[in-house]
Design a protein. Structure first.
Length: 186
């Protein structure tokens, strides 16, 4: 049985596209519209120090060390340079996706843009706790939870694999909206 993901954990997020070859969620390059960094996937969870490391924080006041359960609302804070910003939706994405994804300076650049609801497909045992290795989907809270699901789509920037944006579908193409948490050390 895998470890339960807890608030305060440092994690990597691996994308399920192309049989789990979609890369790891990563900050890479400048962001649009005044946000902090662009977000794409990278071949490695450690492309550069902290770019692929995310701290899980509760958006509903759960304490550090509490279990993350399916349906919880989280913030994901990147550790690049000690503070790579919060995973955020900002600006319209190219078709067929909905919004661009980057990091912002604060938890919520606009109402709900930095909030992500975690939906696990299943876990073992069946107790609603999210575990390392569980397949999850992340729904963005912008526009009353109509911000779309975290998704890989199109090519990424130099040193990146795929662009990251949100989709109206939980899995727009096989694996593009699937993610797995793994433990990170920094």
């Amino acid at each position: 049985m895998a470890d339960v993901v807890k608030y305060g954990d440092l994690v990597h997020l691996q994308n399920g596209y192309n049989s789990w070859q979609g890369g790891y969620l990563d900050t890479n390059g400048a962001a649009n519209d005044g946000n902090k960094y662009g977000v794409s996937t990278a071949a490695s969870p450690t492309r550069a120090k902290g770019t692929g490391t995310w701290e899980i924080l509760s958006a509903s006041g759960k304490a550090a060390g509490a279990d993350v359960v399916t349906g919880d609302v989280v913030y994901l804070r990147n550790l690049y340079g000690g503070d790579g910003g919060y995973l955020d939706t900002c600006g319209h994405a190219p078709a067929p996706n909905k919004y661009e994804v980057s990091t912002s300076h604060g938890k919520d650049r606009a109402t709900g843009t930095g909030r992500w609801r975690v939906f696990a497909e299943t876990s073992s045992p069946d107790d609603s706790k999210v575990r390392i290795g569980d397949v999850v989907h992340l729904l963005n809270g912008y526009d009353s939870w109509n911000g779309g699901f975290l998704d890989t789509c199109h090519g990424g920037p130099p040193a990146g694999l795929y662009g990251v944006s949100t989709s109206l579908y939980s899995d727009r193409a096989p694996g593009t909206g699937e993610w797995k948490f793994s433990k990170a050390t920094s």
